[in-house]
Design a protein around this ligand. Structure first.
Ligand code: T1G
Length: 655
């Protein structure tokens, strides 16, 4: 079996007359310039070598090909361009079989579609997720995939950026077979067998006719989920075009659209988010630290937050011991956790076996002593300092000396909580966002005394839960709530100066937030912020502008959606402007002698973005946040900031 190298990342070996070409471009075999040049060279060699009867293309490591090299975007394009490489493969005169050993995503799947046949390993993932980056497939995906799957299925995959398993890919007709044993050997045999048959080129197939209703439904579903983003709509248009245009016309229109979107601000923002997510949770110097081993997680308090955290930990494969004060409360806690798992089964996110496995790892008890078995204990009790410090003092006498104690507090000072224990270095903050079993964001609070291995353990734990961990220093509200407070303050200033809640909400919803601030306050409930403002009243800076309108609402018993009235009224649950609130706002302005003025939507958005970015800069200069992109991820994943705008720091020009 002779081996040859065609570039730094492309090697090949002749096996039984079949040239097995391997892409080895760690970490994900992205289609860099070297990969593209090497592929061109390898196929040139294969065509001219009479000993080569066919080609198998595969990847080294866990990916087949993880897509075009996103790091090359924004730089001058380097030949050979991917569409040319793909055309070369599809036109190849000898059989080409893709041996999909792992992730075949974006350009990776487009390369596989240009191969004449496709075999995939059972655990492979296939998809054209370009819309997640604000672009459309740019190397034939919108034209070749529908030729295999039909229009509706192609819309569902491409316009939603949905990734499918090998099993589903087989069902959809994307691949010819799922490998049952040794993938490369099977692919070589497949290529050998294909020599005697006519080559089936994807691009030469025609799109099969199908029921327009199915196509329209797939398109409508995708556009609804897109929430105004351009790429999904363009993808739908291009896929529909595949049914009527020639391959070359379709490819030309796809390429034109791809280039236009690739250079858009929306795509730049989504690429920023992509790389931000991979930078998140990386802490200088922590690589050399060995995390502690966590197998059993104790959770004190199995109410709304505690039960969500318990489900999240069960999803991460941990044993979970939930603790409540009484047997009755423990039983209720177990019921809450079981019901969350049942909902996951009903929604198809979990199967019955998975549910039973999780319940088999769950204990909920009133015996605090059970926590002696825990490697980490997370408290999710009432957010009151004395309650938490007393609990941590009790835990000191129950848990092992090397067990980690984590507080889920939102607003209390974790350093004070840590100081109440004998071993403050084992305390860390884990600020989950509700519902904790659904929300990806997890603020990992690095307290003053937190030991490096405790922080490292918390990050490993967060990732095993499938969370997006963002490290925060200690400050009131950590990163997210501190920025949200600045956002709220600025919104209330504009309210007092002339804007109305519905105007501010409409401006932010047009910008891309699912809900504006006042709708959010009503949904979350006004009483918690009111209680905090009353607690802070004594120490409030008398020179800082204070807007009383929210207090007036609470004094009038208007606590938001739950109480049927807040910033809005909710007749049969529908958010409705309430003239009584307008009157309260006008009265508050009159008391301060404020002459109201109109606020145009773009000024509302600009002022709120500036307030968030300003607080973000303060968090960076205080060392609370490690990087601007972390702040963007917190606001996108915890507060509805539109990812297509990149986050408040990106929007403010922090690249
Ligand atoms: N280009 C460049 N770098 C990439 C990359 C890519 N496509 N994918 C991942 N990386 C880097 C990533 O930044 C990280 O770097 C490291 O690889 C490990 O990533 C023409 C135009 C493949 C499922 O959208 O979904 O093709 O932090 O932590 O969890 O139509 O990476 O180590 O320095 O995510 O094992 C379309 C994106 C591109 C797939 C692996 N492709 N990647 O997951 O590792 S556009 C995608 C992923 C395109 C064509 C269009 C995942 C993965 P660092 P990781 P992972």
């Amino acid at each position: 079996m002779s081996a040859s190298r065609f570039s730094d990342t492309i090697s090949a070996a002749l096996t039984n007359g079949i040239l097995v070409v391997t892409i080895d471009n760690a970490p994900v075999n992205a289609l860099s310039a070297d990969v593209r040049a090497g592929l061109m060279a390898a196929f040139g060699h294969a065509e001219n070598d009479g000993n080569v009867a066919g080609v198998v293309l595969t990847g080294a490591g866990n990916s087949f090909i993880g897509g075009a090299d996103i790091k090359e975007f924004g730089k001058p394009p380097v030949e050979p361009f991917l569409p040319d490489v793909i055309a070369r493969i599809e036109a190849f005169p000898k059989p080409v079989v893709a041996a999909i050993n792992g992730a075949a995503l974006g350009g990776g799947l487009e390369v596989a579609l240009a191969c004449h046949r496709r075999l995939a390993a059972p655990a492979a993932k296939l998809g054209l997720p370009e819309v997640k980056l604000g672009i459309v497939p740019g190397a034939g995906g919108t034209q070749r995939l529908p030729r295999l799957t039909g229009i509706a299925a192609a819309i569902d995959m491409i316009a939603n950026g949905r990734i499918v398993s090998t099993a589903e890919a087989l069902k959809l007709g994307i691949i010819d077979a799922a490998a049952s044993g040794e993938l490369i050997a099977e692919a070589v045999a497949d290529a050998k067998a294909a020599i005697a048959s006519p080559i089936r080129r994807t691009g030469s197939l025609t799109v099969q006719p199908e029921a327009p209703e199915a196509v329209d439904k797939a398109a409508a579903d995708a556009l609804r989920k897109a929430r105004g983003q351009r790429a999904p709509a363009e993808a739908v248009r291009l896929i529909r075009l595949a049914a009527t245009a020639s391959l070359s016309d379709g490819l030309a229109e796809e390429r034109r659209t791809f280039v236009e979107l690739r250079d858009s601000e929306e795509a730049a923002a989504l690429r920023h988010v992509f790389f931000a997510e991979r930078a998140a949770g990386k802490v200088e110097g922590l690589d050399a630290v060995t995390p502690r081993r966590i197998e059993t997680v104790g959770i004190v308090g199995t109410g709304l937050m505690g039960s969500g955290i318990a489900v999240s930990a069960l999803n991460g494969g941990y044993r979970v011991i939930g603790v409540e004060q009484t047997t009755e409360a423990a039983e209720k806690g177990r019921e809450r956790i079981t019901s969350l798992l049942d909902k996951a089964v009903q929604s198809g996110r979990l199967d019955a076996a998975g549910r039973d496995d999780r319940l088999s790892r769950l204990t909920v008890t009133a015996e605090m002593q059970e926590l002696a078995k825990a490697d980490m204990v997370i408290e999710a009790v009432f957010d009151d300092l004395s309650v938490k410090t007393e609990l941590f003092q009790r835990l000191d006498d129950i848990v092992r000396a090397d067990a980690i104690l984590a507080t889920n507090t939102s607003y209390l000072d974790p350093d004070t909580i840590a100081a109440s224990t004998r071993l403050p270095e084992r305390v860390v903050g884990l600020h989950f966002f509700s519902p904790a079993n659904i929300m990806r964001l997890l603020e990992v609070v690095n307290c003053k005394e937190t030991a490096p291995d405790v922080l490292a353990t918390a990050l490993v734990f967060a990732k095993r839960l499938g969370k997006l961990p963002i490290v925060s220093g200690v400050t009131e509200g950590f990163i997210g709530n501190r920025i949200f407070s600045a956002y709220r303050r600025e919104a209330e200033y504009m309210l007092e100066d002339g804007a109305l809640p519905q105007e501010i909400d409409a401006a932010l919803e047009a910008f891309g937030f699912p809900m504006g601030p006042f709708a959010v306050f009503d949904m979350a409930g006004l009483e918690i912020a009111w209680a905090r403002r009353k607690r802070q009243a004594a120490t409030r800076d008398p020179n800082e502008r204070y807007v009383v309108i929210a207090d007036r609402l609470c004094e009038a018993g208007r606590f938001g959606q739950k109480s049927g009235r807040g910033w809005y009224a909710y007749p049969d649950g529908k958010r409705t402007v309430d003239p009584a609130v307008t009157a309260m706002i006008e009265a508050a302005r009159a008391e301060k002698g404020i002459t109201p003025r109109h606020f145009p939507a773009d000024e509302i958005v600009a002022r709120l973005l500036k307030a968030m970015a300003g607080e973000g800069e303060a968090l960076l200069s205080e060392g609370i946040a490690a990087r601007a992109s972390d702040i963007d991820l917190v606001m996108i994943n915890g507060y509805g900031f539109p990812s297509s705008k990149g986050g408040p720091m990106f929007a403010a020009g922090r690249r």
